[in-house]
Design a protein around this ligand. Sequence first.
Ligand code: HEM
Length: 172
Amino acid sequence: MTPAYEFCHWLTQTYVGQEMQGNAYLFPTVEALHIMGSVALVASTSILSLRLSGFFLKEIPVSKIAGQFLPWAWLGFACQVITGTLLFMSEATLAYDNVIFQVKMALIVLAGINALVFQQTAYRRVKFWDLSNPPFSAKFAGYASIVIWFAVIAAGRWLNSSVANSPVLPPT
Ligand code: HEM
């Protein structure tokens, strides 16, 4: 048994892990919150990304859209980490070495790196392009954000069906 498997098995045996598996209402409620968190996170980041594309909401300053929608993105992200961890605890031994789960986690890290690079580069000079056509680096960050977050959602959907169909076998 690998240490990773033993840790994941321990997670599923905790009180929370057992409640997430055994309580008929808890898992679907947490999963519904996980979907709501996706909506808050991906809708708010996509609205900013569409403004950065230079095609939408051109009359509104980028900094104003960022100021109004990024708090919702952070709220959505916090919801995803909390509900995602609870979902993971219910099926950790099935999910941890599932390649779709691993790709999903890698995509979330990539989305974070994309947002950080944008914030530390193009957005630092936003006052020069706040009401005009954004520079290519900002447009690229916007398009990349939309593609990555939709890939995370697709991976989440795929994970849902792949975990449901995978046998409960510990590694030999
Ligand atoms: C941060 C952005 C995230 C987004 C946009 C996202 C999105 C989704 C979506 C759309 C689903 C499918 C829900 C369904 O079909 O009912 C899903 C499933 C899942 N997510 Fe996430 N997720 C995120 C983060 C996380 C994190 C951080 C974790 C774990 C630590 C996680 C763990 C899971 C698990 C285990 C499932 C499968 C649940 C099942 O078996 O039905 N997610 N996610």
